[in-house]
Design a protein around this ligand. Sequence first.
Ligand code: GLU
Length: 507
Amino acid sequence: MERKVRVRFAPSPTGALHLGGVRTALFNYLFARRHGGDFLLRIEDTDQTRYVPGAEEYIIESLKWCGLTVDEGVGAGGEYGPYRQSERKEIYRQYAIQLVESGNAYYSFDTAEELDALRKESESKGETFMYNAKSRGSLKNSLNLPKEEVQKLLDAGTHYVIRFKMPENEDLKLYDIIRGEVHFNSSLLDDKVLYKSDGMPTYHLANIVDDHLMKISHVIRGEEWLPSLPLHVLLYRAFGWENTMPEFAHLPLILKPVGNGKLSKRDGNKMGFPVFPMEFTDPITKEKWHGYKEDGYFPEAFINMLALLGWNPGTEQEIFTLEELCQQFSLDRVKKSGAKFDPEKTKWFNHKYLIAKSDAELAELVKPYLEADGLNFDKAKVEHICTLMKERYNFVADLYEDCKFFFIPPTEFNEKDSKKYWKEDTPALMNELLDILKSIDDYSFSNTEKIISAWITEKQLGFGKVMNPFRVAIIGAAKGPHMFDVIEIIGKEETIRRMEKALAAMQ
Ligand code: GLU
């Protein structure tokens, strides 16, 4: 029987969700949708020392903003809960003990000081200390101590950890969907801690137990977890769960826009682009981070950009709705080499989504800006401005900022532009133009263009000589779309008012 696809996004709430984390969530989501499966959200909060308050809420909000609906898990419920690992503490203990009893794990009573001393000693010899098959025989653990002694220590409540007994010198041939066969030798791996006497499992144990109990079919996660793969597979074996073990896919790294290495949150601040989906203030350091949402990106554009970081459709298509991605996504087309992050391309995506919006939709997005400035929202007028101007912008905020002159008359005239275009003979010319403007009733582009052009031609004035100072008078600077468009939008009364004001100010 085909196994039901069940994938999980399993972040640790140690801070804001980096865009790499969102990409992991997205690929899991797309894979689930493509195969009619379930997308789970599990919060891996077993490391209490790294817990950041608010991080879990941040993760949930970010997924919502991106439109990645969680089917099951924290915030969504489900029959395999609880989905927050700190609420599953009791579950892990029995599994840790099970591994001890089957001879796959053992109690280790070595203190932090003792292990530190061993580490230092190795370092002084230019070696690295590893708790493994070579060293475990001479250390303080249940493999060496007499049974009664172990029991005594446990009864006395001595601090211990349970470690995995990593086999010695075993060649492991493992399979990753993206990378194919991957080889590891177990001697390079140490006896990882699985459980601590404070009752908390470590990531490795909790992760495997939960993936098993939650019937996860595919583990899709970042490449940084590839080195943990051998331990994870060995844990499945040790539990006797290899038959139902999930398949693994490790996603390529997201690389810095320039230079080498993994994209870090510092790169964002340095180069002026967000690395987080939403704004975030670190509750401990109070450091403030930009977010795609607040910086004016559309979630669809952000998601579209992320989808192409490591995956490609095999065609030239670049713009995808989430729905299209759900239909086309496949792990076969995820590459294994790192994907360079390009902040400019992200802006390009936003631009594409901005221009694809209908004028009515865009007008609605401009509305809050107008309201914040106490300006009247004239839907038809705003839509007209959007038609005319949207091609020029990546963000609604920039569109609004640049188009404010449609709503607010200039309070000053750009010095450089007026010097350049407002000559001695300009006032006379503008007064003449004003008379013409007063005589026109139909302010449609075609009508004003016809009348004013005829006048310019008749007087042999040259277009620039009239239109440039006219522009400075109406807009306050040499910018904006065609003047006949501008006056069509602002209308006769406003055009005349602005002309009179400019003439009074710049006689
Ligand atoms: N809690 C791990 C993380 O923060 C999850 C890794 C995994 O998906 O196995 O990335």
